[in-house]
Design a protein around this ligand. Structure first.
Ligand SMILES: NC(=O)c1ccc[n+]([C@@H]2O[C@H](COP(=O)([O-])OP(=O)(O)OC[C@H]3O[C@@H](n4cnc5c(N)ncnc54)[C@H](OP(=O)(O)O)[C@@H]3O)[C@@H](O)[C@H]2O)c1
Length: 233
C-alpha cells in the first residue's frame, strides 16, 4: 500500500483519480476547499485547503508520500483584448504558483519515498494554438516547462509528468457542455468523436503515479481524443 496526495480530489478528474487509488488499496489524502463527491473514511482522508489563499495553510503530513497529483485548474476563455492582466495573474496563481507552493511544502515527504511520482495537468491548448485560450495556455505552458525542469532536478528519486486533456466532462467544463448542441459539436471536433470522461484522464494520471511508469519522467501525456495530433482530410 502506498500513500498519495490528490490536491483537488473532490470533483472531476481529481475525484476519479482518488477513487481509483483507493480502490487499488492505497491510502489517499485529498486537499480541496470542499469535500465534494468524496466518501471520506478508511483509507481516504480530506483536509480543507485553498490554493488561492495568501498564503495557503497546509495540513501537516508525517512520513513518506509516494505520489502527488495537483488538479486545480481554470478554463477562462476570452478574446485576448478582453482578458485583463489580472486574469492572467489569477490563472497563473491557481495553475502554477499553487502547484509550486504545494510541492515546496511536501517535498520533504516526497523525498522520504524510495520512488515518488508527481503529476499535474496541462491542456491541449498548449500543443495547439486555440482561439480564446491565451491566458490558460500561458499558464499551462508554464506547468509543462516547470514539470520538465523539476523532472531533471529531482531525478532519479522523484518523477514528474503531466497529463494534457482536451475537453472533459467535469464541473469545470460544465458551461461548455450544458446543451445537447454544445456536447455534439464538441464531440465532432475530436478525431475520436467524443469528449473526455474523468475516467479517461484519471487512468493516465494513475498510470503516471504508480510504478507501472517507473521509467518515465519529464513527459506530457496527450489524452485528448486525437485533438493535438490528428487531422481528418
Ligand atoms: N475539464 C476539462 O475540460 C479540462 C480540459 C483541459 C485541462 N483541464 C485541467 O484538468 C485539471 C482538472 O480539471 P477538472 O475538469 O477535473 O476540474 P474540476 O472538476 O473543477 O476539479 C478541480 C478540483 O480542484 C479543486 N480546486 C479548485 N480550486 C481550488 C483551490 N483554489 N484550492 C484548492 N482546490 C481547488 C476543486 O475542489 P474545490 O472546489 O472543493 O476546492 C476540485 O476538486 C485542471 O488543471 C484543468 O485545468 C481540464
Amino acid at each position: 500500500m502506498k500513500k498519495y496526495m490528490v490536491v483537488g480530489g473532490s470533483t472531476g478528474i481529481g475525484l476519479e483519480i482518488t477513487k481509483m487509488l483507493a480502490e487499488k488499496g492505497h491510502s489517499v489524502v485529498v486537499l480541496s476547499r470542499s469535500v465534494g463527491g468524496l466518501a471520506v473514511g478508511g483509507r481516504l482522508a480530506h483536509e480543507p485547503f485553498d490554493a488561492m489563499a495568501a498564503p495557503p495553510s497546509f495540513p501537516k503530513l508525517d512520513g513518506p508520500l509516494d505520489g502527488l497529483a495537483y488538479c486545480p485548474g481554470s478554463i477562462n476563455l476570452k478574446p485576448f483584448h478582453r482578458l485583463k492582466p489580472e486574469e492572467f495573474e489569477q490563472d497563473f496563481a491557481l495553475n502554477v504558483t499553487g502547484w509550486v507552493r504545494v510541492l515546496q511544502q511536501y517535498l520533504p515527504n516526497l523525498k522520504k519515498s524510495p520512488q515518488a511520482s508527481v503529476v499535474a495537468f496541462s491542456t491541449v491548448a498548449v500543443a495547439q494554438g486555440m482561439t480564446f485560450h491565451a491566458s490558460v495556455a500561458a499558464s499551462k505552458g508554464a506547468v509543462e516547462s516547470l514539470a520538465r525542469s523539476l523532472a531533471a532536478e529531482w531525478a532519479p528519486g522523484i518523477r514528474v509528468n503531466v497529463v494534457a486533456p482536451s475537453l472533459t466532462d467535469t464541473p469545470l467544463a460544465e458551461k461548455l457542455l450544458n446543451t445537447d448542441a454544445k456536447r455534439q459539436n464538441s464531440a465532432e471536433r475530436h478525431p475520436l468523436k467524443r469528449v473526455g470522461t474523468p475516467r479517461d484522464l484519471a487512468e493516465a494520471a494513475v498510470f503516471l503515479l504508480e510504478p507501472t511508469s517507473s521509467w518515465m519522467t519529464g513527459q506530457v501525456l496527450h489524452v485528448d481524443g486525437g485533438m493535438s495530433s490528428v487531422r481528418a482530410l
